[in-house]
Design a protein around this ligand. Structure first.
Ligand code: ATP
Length: 233
């Protein structure tokens, strides 16, 4: 079967410093795949290379079988990849609803609407007129996800959704993902929180110093395998 999104030998650089050393990755439609790894392993760089924020060699990234490596970020969004950035990056002078509407600026055809985002995250409906910074961390994360969904992407790339959130809030935020994949979305989550990553994903990739150190079905990998791949011990 043709994967929806794949990378082959993906390398990435910041100036002369190499951050990714040949990542092979596949993603099938409807999956939730986690990318884990310690600080500096290359997880964010991987998402940035997929979305054009870091230059990728042309043939190293394919989406629907077409090469998309090195395309401009706006073109990659137009094709259907959306990034939920680390730290959420909401517009702080705007309300919840205005933030969500910003996600519709370069909208692809599709069924996502404010109503559906509020169905997914009922907490946001009550706060729709509130300034985004007045929300709790978990609610702000929901806005960031909702904003990405408003563009009707095919693949949602999420960077560290759990960052700074309490365990119960992490669960609440992550509960949305199986609901949206059931409706045809495909999701990649980058996570430092290994337990969360393993619980929410069907498959996972572990990165270590810019290389894939482990990959497999999340439910079948042992704690020992993961910690060896994560810490390199
Ligand atoms: P974190 O969890 O800390 O975000 P990460 O796994 O996402 O870690 P990256 O941020 O992708 O890791 O970093 C991978 C490597 O690239 C690191 O060695 C890092 O120092 C380097 N790096 C990241 N961003 C830049 C940058 N803008 N300029 C130079 N080097 C960078």
């Amino acid at each position: 079967m043709e994967p929806l999104l794949s990378t082959h030998g993906l390398q990435a650089f910041y100036g002369d410093a190499q951050a990714l050393f040949g990542i092979d990755f596949v993603l099938a439609r409807g999956e939730i795949v986690a990318v884990i790894g310690a600080n500096g392993a290359g997880k964010s760089t991987f998402l940035k290379a997929l979305t054009g924020l870091v230059k990728a060699p042309r043939a190293a990234v394919r989406f629907h079988g077409e090469v998309i490596g090195g395309l401009a970020p706006a073109e990659i969004v137009r094709r259907g990849l959306a990034l939920v950035p680390e730290g959420r990056r909401l517009f702080s002078s705007l309300s919840v609803e205005e933030n969500l509407q910003m996600g519709a600026a370069a909208r692809r055809p599709g069924a996502w609407s404010l109503r559906r985002v509020y169905e997914l995250f009922p907490a946001l409906l009550k706060r729709r007129r509130s300034p985004a910074p007045s929300l709790s961390g978990g609610e702000q994360q929901m806005v960031a996800i909702g904003r990405a969904l408003m563009g009707n992407p095919q693949v949602l790339l999420c960077d560290e959704l759990s960052l700074g959130l309490a365990p119960i809030v992490i669960r609440e935020v992550y509960q949305a993902l199986p609901r949206i994949t059931a409706e045809g979305m495909t999701v990649v989550v980058v996570e430092q929180d290994v337990q969360t990553a393993q619980r929410v994903s069907q498959r996972l990739y572990c990165l270590q110093e810019g290389r894939v150190s482990l990959t497999g079905a999340s439910g079948q990998l042992t704690r020992e395998q993961i910690s060896r791949a994560y810490f390199g011990v």
